[in-house]
Design a protein around this ligand. Structure first.
Ligand SMILES: [Zn+2]
Length: 69
């Protein structure tokens, strides 16, 4: 199986995540587009990058809630 390069972290991975459907991932995708200009979900990303941004989004939501309160 040919390895691919994650466009975000440049690491070699066996597969990239291309299909992000649920609401959590949609938020992560919007954040990724802000952080990496030119990136789209069609470019894909490795699972560690996705997990990192899922956590990042949870942290953002939490800080927003604190600000509102
Ligand atoms: Zn990556």
């Amino acid at each position: 199986m040919q390895k691919k390069h994650c466009p975000l972290c440049q690491k070699e991975v066996y597969w990239l995540v291309h299909h992000l459907h649920n609401v959590t991932d949609q938020v992560a995708v919007e954040q990724l587009k802000c952080d990496f200009s030119g990136w789209t979900e069609e470019d894909g990303l490795c699972l560690p990058c996705l997990e990192k941004h899922r956590k990042y989004n949870l942290a953002s939501c939490y800080s927003i809630r604190i600000t509102v309160n």
